[in-house]
Design a protein around this ligand. Structure first.
Ligand code: DSN
Length: 408
């Protein structure tokens, strides 16, 4: 790489860090060289405010083609008809969700989403987020068993009558029943918005039921299980809603789209159309199930008793260490996770009772069930305070066998 010496050195250092650590953060992944190429291309030089053939700047013939291709591929990946409109311009997931509310709600109107400490997202109406300040937000959680309690969701919806019900999560390891959410939304006359950011790649691969038969609007980031660049997509079924969302994205919230990002999204979607991606999505789930089972067998508690998707939440309450200590101990040996609140947590978000673990990144590296068993052993050894130099060596040996750019 030519150019800025200091930044080049830092980038190289980060690449080395990624190569020699096991990334178990469920929202992270490793994009292909083709995605990186598009992201680092001269497309970043262009301004394209507006939408294809309706731009406010000249010179957009190529950009129009790229954006149209990205939209068409998005429809194909999620098996959608032409009736679904697609907006690929949101800079990322939070602006995408904000755009939907901006399009469909007046200030002060009510939205209902999953509470952050119970597994939702900041932009599902959490009080610290603008989405919980500009709109009147009511929240639901999960039951003591770690599962969404649809009866409770219905009860809150009937009492509160939100205009939008949001479902989707960042820390929920079970299948989401979109049909049940649709029924509740219909009972109270609400729009149903699904934020499928975490599970988009699984849905593309057929490894999680699709929300599209049930939702009015679907949002997703493109960089988690979908394995693209950072970015987001908004899908809407109704033409009027789609027009309002387009207006909310631009000029409502954003200026020019990041055309290099749009191209990289198109590349990732092209990859998601391949048979190898279907296998990848299914392997993520197989790996997560094995990892959860192994962790349970060595005595760790998994919220809800297991997983149906790409992640699991480890409840450390009875293990004698906090989430923060666990995150630090694991990082010391080269295993990267994030500390996380567990449902009904009595500790603080800075030092909660859990850690969140996911398999998208290690699956991209080509690891399978056998390696998940090894990872469970490494996690256990690191947490119970095994000899860390030895554990770090074993982590490195595993990383060496699965170089980050060998498989995609
Ligand atoms: N911050 C993301 C996650 O880690 O789940 C959600 O956007």
């Amino acid at each position: 790489m030519v150019g800025d010496k200091e930044i080049t050195k830092l980038i190289k250092t980060e690449i080395v860090r990624q190569q020699w650590t096991l990334d178990l953060i469920p929202s992270e992944n490793i994009v292909s060289p083709a995605v990186l190429e598009a992201l680092g291309s001269s497309l970043t030089n262009k301004y394209s405010e507006g939408y294809p053939s309706r731009r406010y700047y000249g010179g957009n013939e190529v950009i129009d083609k790229i954006e149209i291709l990205a939209r068409e591929r998005a429809r194909k990946v999620f098996r959608l008809g032409k009736n679904w409109s697609v907006n690929v311009q949101p800079y990322s997931g939070s602006p995408a969700n904000f755009a939907v509310y901006f399009a469909l709600l007046n200030p002060g109107e009510k939205l209902m989403g999953m509470s952050l400490p119970f597994g939702g997202h900041l932009t599902h109406g959490w009080k610290a987020s603008a989405t919980g300040k500009f709109w009147n937000s009511v929240q639901y959680g999960v039951g003591r068993d770690g599962y969404i309690d649809y009866g409770e969701v219905r009860k809150i919806a009937k009492k509160e009558k939100p205009k939008i019900i949001v479902c989707g999560a960042t820390t929920y390891s079970r299948v989401i029943d979109f049909k049940k959410f649709r029924k509740i939304a219909d009972e109270v006359g609400a729009y149903l918005m699904v934020d499928m950011a975490h599970i988009a790649g699984l849905i593309a691969a057929g490894a999680h039921p699709s929300p599209f038969p049930h939702a009015d609007v679907v949002t997703t980031t493109t960089h988690k299980t979908l394995r693209g660049p950072r970015g987001a997509i908004i899908f809407s079924k109704d033409a009027k809603i789609a027009a309002a969302i387009d207006k909310a994205v631009f000029p409502g919230l954003q200026g020019g789209p990041h055309d290099n990002q749009t191209a990289a999204i198109a590349v990732a979607l092209g990859e998601a159309l391949k048979l190898s991606f279907k296998k990848y999505g299914r392997q993520i789930v197989k790996n997560a199930k094995v990892l959860a089972r192994e962790l349970q067998q060595i005595g760790l508690e998994i919220v809800s008793g297991g997983t149906d998707n790409h992640l699991m939440l480890v409840d450390l309450t009875n293990s004698g260490i906090s989430g923060r200590e666990a995150q630090d101990k694991l990082e010391e040996v080269g295993i990267i996770v994030n500390r996380n609140m567990i449902p009904y947590d009595t500790r603080s978000p800075f030092d909660p009772s859990g850690i969140r673990i996911g398999t998208p990144s290690v699956t991209t590296r080509g690891m399978k069930e056998k390696e998940m068993k090894k990872i469970a052993g490494l996690v256990y050894d690191a947490l119970i305070g095994g000899y860390s130099a030895d554990i770090a060596k074993r982590v490195k040996a595993l990383c060496k066998k699965f170089p980050i750019y060998a498989n995609n």
